[in-house]
Every structure is written in structure tokens, then in C-alpha cells.
Design a protein. Structure first.
Length: 92
């Protein structure tokens, strides 16, 4: 009975050793990925901030254009030109 218990313990120890080895390999892989990504984080934050500022400025300019067009448009031809300009600004 003691021999069977010892064999079972060895089998369990080997299984847990394999699990620990697999977990360690996963941890090492994640560390490598983190080491690769970490230096990029400041650049990603900068780009996000830049695009947010650009989007805010574009929104403000579109609002200004819309307000200016409402005040300056007197007929449909002007309205069509203004809409074309607005679409161009949106596209840019």
C-alpha cells in the first residue's frame, strides 16, 4: 500500500511539475510581450491625445462653418456650394 501511495505521489508530483513548467512558460511569454509593448505606450498615448485634439478642433470648425453658412446663405445655389464646401471640410 505504501508503494502504491508513493507511486501515486510521484505521478502527482510529476503532473504538478509539468503544470508549473507550462505556467512558467506562459509567464515568460507574457513578459516578452509586455517588454515589447511597454516602450510603445507613451507613443500610443501621444497619438490618442493628438487625434482627440484634432477631432475636437474639427468639430469646432464644422460648427463654425455651419453657423457661418446659416447666416450667409440667401439662396439655394449658395446653399449647394456651402454644402459642397462643408463636405470637403468633413472629408479633410
Amino acid at each position: 500500500a505504501a508503494a502504491a501511495a508513493a507511486a501515486g505521489f510521484r505521478g502527482a508530483a510529476m503532473a504538478s511539475f509539468e503544470e508549473v513548467r507550462k505556467l512558467q512558460a506562459q509567464i515568460d511569454h507574457l513578459k516578452e510581450r509586455l517588454d515589447f509593448i511597454s516602450p510603445m505606450l507613451p507613443l500610443v498615448n501621444f497619438v490618442q491625445d493628438y487625434f482627440q485634439k484634432v477631432e475636437c478642433e474639427a468639430s469646432l470648425q464644422l460648427l463654425r462653418l455651419k453657423n457661418a453658412q446659416v447666416l450667409n446663405c440667401t439662396n439655394e445655389d449658395d446653399d449647394e456650394v456651402s454644402n459642397a464646401q462643408l463636405e470637403t471640410v468633413k472629408w479633410i
